[in-house]
Design a protein around this ligand. Structure first.
Ligand code: ATP
Ligand code: MG
Length: 413
């Protein structure tokens, strides 16, 4: 076996008892899809409780680009299922050779508390794990100016990890990922994706829990410009970086809005439109066999996001409506948006569906009965069927748009 270039650890997956193998395989599969999409001659494989990324078989002698480490670091630090990862340095199998790597690692942990941890896959190596840890840490201290290094056994900021493998010894600094579960291990959900801050973050949170997201965006073209639609596409493209293949559905809802505006009381417009969104999203979910919906709502964030309204809106859905942000504050949501790279797109000003449609005094404490009565006087079913039939699709994979629909069977998307 070749010496790995990168070692990846997962945490939660290891806890999942009988399901563990399936989770590991899903993560390996997702990592291989990423490596393949980048066109790099690298392969991920399962390696006794962790994952190795190795050079691919020599027949593929495609060179790695110079910046592959920076690119892979950015991807792994937000890859659902990856708890930590490290780019390895390799030493021959002796303490002398190993200790020659100590000065470089001393430099990398300077200014932070750190610990050294060691693990032996090859139990024949003469030193025990704790002896390797001590000797390497001592070599790091010798290499650094007095007082420059601070070792700490618990609550350290950096971890230098040593593994004695069959052929060599590898050393790496553990870098943090986001953990969670590999996308594809928790089923499918339709995510209502607007052009704002919240819904992309909500989608990301569910991907982190292993859910494959199928975003749906409702737009009011041609009444409004295509700004919101373009923003939704850009957000979907960014979100595809975390889950690989991703298909965005773009659904025209202007006729529905016009019908509601003409035939329903102004204060109920928003609630009625949201109920229509729920029905459309559920119908779409049934087609693609998704088991839940997701929105970016947070309790009390805006006047319309009250428990009363949520209850009336959810009544129109026949699937569970997940709201991964319901307990977060706006600042917390924007911090995540910044971290996952959706903030700038979400901050772009645009006319979205609801701002044009907004009455002066929208209902903030909707009651089910009057809403159902108002809805009974509308003829939304044919308009909803048409909207769904007229949807367009946009395809993305690992942060890039695809010009053509992919060859994979539609059910796999
Ligand atoms: P966001 O920041 O996600 O736009 P928001 O704070 O603007 O949310 P609302 O406008 O009340 O809140 O929307 C609540 C949720 O409804 C959104 O998070 C999103 O999931 C869904 N939603 C709103 N508008 C659309 C749309 N045009 N297409 C798809 N989903 C939408
Ligand atoms: Mg919005």
């Amino acid at each position: 076996m070749s010496t790995p270039l990168v070692i990846i650890h997962y945490d939660e997956i290891a806890l999942k008892g009988g399901k563990r193998r399936a989770f590991e395989q899903q993560l390996v599969k997702n990592l291989n899809a990423l490596l393949k999409a980048r066109g790099w001659p690298l392969r991920a494989r399962n390696a006794w409780g962790r994952i190795f990324i190795d050079p691919a078989a020599p027949k593929q002698d495609v060179p790695l680009p110079d910046d592959w480490r920076a690119d892979l670091r950015a991807a792994l630090s937000l890859f659902p299922g990856v708890a930590t990862f490290g780019f390895v340095e390799v030493a021959e199998k002796s303490m002398e050779a190993l200790e020659r790597l100590a000065p470089a690692f001393a430099e990398r942990v300077m200014g932070h508390t750190f610990r050294v941890s060691a693990r032996r896959t090859d139990k024949r190596f003469p030193l025990k794990s704790f002896e390797i840890e001590r000797a390497f840490a001592a070599a790091m201290f010798r290499a650094a100016p007095d007082g420059a290094l601070r070792a700490k056994m618990r609550d350290y900021e950096r971890e230098v990890h040593i593994e004695v493998l069959d052929a060599d010894i590898v050393v790496y600094l553990k870098e943090p990922g986001i953990g969670g579960l590999a996308v594809g291990s928790s089923g499918n959900a339709v995510s209502l994706l607007s052009a704002g801050f919240d819904s992309p973050v909500a989608s990301f949170m569910l991907m982190k829990r292993g859910v494959r997201i199928h975003p749906i965006h409702f737009h009011s073209m041609p009444l409004v410009s295509d700004e919101a639609l373009e923003a939704a596409k850009d957000l979907a493209q960014r979100l595809s970086a975390f889950q690989g293949r991703l298909k965005l559905a773009l659904v025209p809802v202007l006729p529905i809005q016009e019908h509601i505006r003409e035939h329903a009381p102004a204060h109920l417009r928003i609630v009625l439109l949201r109920r229509s969104f729920m029905r459309l999203a559920c119908a779409y979910a049934a087609e693609i066999r998704a088991l839940a919906l997701a929105t970016g709502e947070s309790v009390g964030q805006v006047a319309s996001q009250t428990l009363e309204n949520m209850r009336v809106i959810d009544d129109a859905a026949n699937l569970p409506v997940l709201r991964p942000l319901c307990g977060l504050n706006k600042r917390e949501i924007i911090d995540i948006a910044r971290r996952i790279g959706t903030e700038a797109t979400s901050a772009r000003p645009c006319d979205d569906t609801c701002s044009l449609f907004l009455p002066k005094a929208p209902e903030t404490k909707a009651k089910l009965e009057p809403v159902l009565e108002a809805e009974a006087r509308l003829e939304l079913a044919p308009l909803e069927a048409r909207a769904l039939a007229e949807r367009e699709l946009a395809w993305f994979a690992f942060g890039q748009p695809l010009e053509e629909p992919p060859a994979a069977p539609p059910s796999r998307w």
